[in-house]
Design a protein around this ligand. Structure first.
Ligand code: SPD
Length: 362
């Protein structure tokens, strides 16, 4: 907690301080997704106050944005959701004159992201990752033996295997647009298909293992995996590595691994964007430019274990991270990744209806 000195109190009461009081930035980001000192560093250097709030679901963010007047200056949607939100006019165009650090970004990854936001006009990549499986190596081996199919979605989608793991705890993301395509992929269907029958088949597969799933939640699994309270989680790459790291720190004997299943996995980008009605777009640009400094992005990646798209930062990222194929997939693994599909309103309704059925059985 910073001390408020007598001088600061005096300044705060003068008209000169009005500018500083206006320097309030409202950020809405994913949970467990920033270094512990990023916000404090920004506040100090930029004489700003940041209100920082978190979510663990694109659906929650989207509902806040579509309701209007969110009051947020910066949000961090995932690529496919961003695209729909751009189309709906939710975001303002970025002023790249205010973002000179954009030159640090990896041109190939920014081009890949431009599929969702033409010319990266409204967004820049914050972090990226994959949706795979985190598991407790000992608990899984104890139940399935040394030949456990730990590199396959069979671990969670094969009813016989899931049944054997039920007692130690399987969890799945509460993310319909990721879970149903993953199940479709396991069935040999195109995970990007928007065909209703394909989506229903994916949903049915998950329903067939639902009795073995302890919960559907998108952030609780980090601590539960780390503490040995669950043994297999469909999760986001960096979050599983955070669990692994927390267990190591705690020296509790829990060993976690993350796998991009051999059948393939979703690769996604999370991007920083400024809502059209943001109260403080100039300060928002200052924050985005600040994050794109190599040392700031490297700090974040070193803390949250997610890959970033800031080429200039990579030499500052711990080698343990850059060399881990679970975080920066090998070329061979990259060929098995699929890019998120953008769903129109009709398909989105279908997938959400199917998801409700999956979770409630109705
Ligand atoms: N704890 C941070 C999680 C970030 C996950 N991003 C969501 C990607 C969705 N495809």
């Amino acid at each position: 907690m910073r001390k408020m000195t007598a001088i600061a109190v005096l300044l705060a009461s003068t008209p000169l301080a009005a500018g500083a009081q206006d320097r309030v930035l409202n950020i809405y980001n994913w949970s467990d997704y920033i270094a512990e000192d990023t916000i404090e560093k920004f506040e100090e250097e930029f004489d700003a106050t940041v209100n920082y709030d978190v979510y663990d679901s694109n659906e929650v963010l989207e509902a806040r944005l579509f309701a209007g007047n969110s009051g947020f200056d910066i949000v961090v949607p995932t690529s496919d959701f961003l695209r729909r939100q751009v189309d709906a006019g939710i975001y303002q165009e970025l002023d790249y004159d205010l973002l000179p650090n954009a030159e640090n970004m990896d041109a190939d990854l920014m081009e890949a992201a431009s599929v969702y936001d033409a010319d990266n006009a409204h967004s820049v990549i914050y972090m990226w990752g994959t949706t795979g499986i985190g598991y407790n190596t000992a608990m899984v081996e104890e139940r399935l033996g040394a030949d456990a199919p730990t590199d396959s979605w069979a671990l969670v989608f094969d009813p016989e295997i899931a049944a054997q793991l039920a007692d130690c705890g399987i969890t799945m993301l509460d993310a319909p647009t990721e879970m149903i395509p993953a199940a479709m992929n396991y069935l040999g269907l195109d995970p990007r298909s928007t065909d209703q029958a394909d989506m229903e088949a994916g949903a049915e597969l998950i329903e067939s293992v639902r009795e073995h799933v302890r919960y559907f939640h998108s952030s609780q699994y980090i601590s539960d995996l780390a503490n040995g309270d669950v043994c297999v989680s469909v999760g986001w790459s960096g979050d599983v590595f955070q669990a692994l790291y927390r267990a190591e720190e705690a020296e509790n004997g829990v060993e976690i691994a993350y796998v991009i299943p051999e059948e393939g996995a979703l690769q996604w980008f999370d991007l920083m964007a400024i809502p059209a009605d943001a109260p403080n777009p100039e300060l928002a640009h200052e924050f985005i430019n600040f994050v794109m400094r190599p040392e700031i992005t490297a700090d974040i990646t070193n803390y949250v274990w997610y890959a970033n798209a800031n080429e200039a930062s990579l030499e500052l990222v711990d080698e343990e991270i850059t060399s881990d194929p679970g975080i920066f997939p090998t070329e061979a693994a990259s060929e098995r990744l699929w890019a998120a599909q953008v769903y129109d309103a009709r398909v989105d309704r279908t997938i959400n209806r199917l998801w409700t059925q999956v979770k409630t059985g109705q």
